[in-house]
Design a protein around this ligand. Structure first.
Ligand code: HEM
Ligand code: HEM
Length: 195
């Protein structure tokens, strides 16, 4: 009776019906922090003109931006490997909106840094991951589409702000008015494992 195979190891079990694991939470809040810093740096750095050098705040913007790209891509892969179902909401459209919002957030936070990277290539700037690993140029210096990518980058920054506002409003609505576990289960384990 004691030889029960441990095929049910929780480490292997998919968490479709469960909650966010520690890494998913760390990645969620890590990206929130990186985005906050990145918006600040993007607005502090000088307005980019043909003669702006890739140094100081600009250089930080490129490094933090590609870090966001890689961390968010990893996060998306982690999400696909360990799916977490949304808590059932009434009415059903709320779940659809939440799901669509999450998907758009993943897409925007992956696509927009790629556009910024192309804009950097347009200016002939080298981009380094974590300030150390050189990344290839996405386009030759002066390529017209890469210039357009810079314009779209700036436009999407504001779209992302809007979608994030919707997302945060949804989370707070659940916490304050619905008083459910939606926000709690994205918080560190102590707060999130109440029920
Ligand atoms: C999600 C990540 C990112 C956010 C939130 C972000 C945010 C911003 C902001 C706020 C600006 C200033 C816009 C303005 O002047 O009003 C900007 C411009 C810019 N960003 Fe990003 N950025 C991100 C990722 C990146 C990456 C990865 C790169 C390059 C590797 C990059 C390159 C640029 C460039 C070149 C500009 C100037 C665009 C131009 O004037 O053509 N960004 N970004
Ligand atoms: C203070 C700000 C934020 C709060 C309070 C917050 C809260 C939450 C909560 C409670 C969830 C779980 C939703 C559920 O299970 O129903 C969640 C998921 C998510 N959040 Fe946020 N969030 C914030 C900022 C952000 C930002 C800036 C992003 C931008 C990338 C983001 C992206 C996501 C994504 C993609 C998911 C879905 C996770 C998944 O299931 O894969 N969040 N957030």
């Amino acid at each position: 009776m004691s030889h029960v195979p441990d095929a049910q190891s929780p480490a292997r079990a998919p968490s479709a019906a469960g909650d966010y694991d520690g890494l998913a939470k760390l990645l969620h809040w890590g990206i929130v922090a990186l985005l906050a810093v990145q918006y600040a740096v993007g607005w502090i750095m000088p307005h980019i003109s043909a003669r702006t050098p890739n140094e100081s705040w600009v250089s930080w913007h490129l490094s933090i931006g590609v870090a966001i790209l890689f961390v968010m891509a990893f996060r998306f892969a982690w999400r696909l490997a360990r799916p977490v179902a949304l808590l059932p909401a009434e009415p059903l459209w709320q779940n659809r909106v939440a799901h669509a919002t999450h998907l758009v957030l993943y897409l925007l936070v992956i696509i927009n840094p790629v556009l910024g990277w192309a804009a950097a290539s347009y200016r002939g700037w080298n981009v380094f991951l974590f300030g150390a690993i050189p990344l290839p140029a996405l386009a030759a210096k002066g390529t017209p589409w890469a210039h357009t990518a810079g314009d779209v980058h700036i436009f999407l920054i504001y779209v992302l702000l809007g979608v994030m506002a919707l997302h945060v409003a949804g989370a707070l609505y659940h916490h304050v008015f619905m008083r459910d576990r939606v926000l709690l289960r994205m918080l560190p384990a102590k707060a999130g494992t109440t029920g």
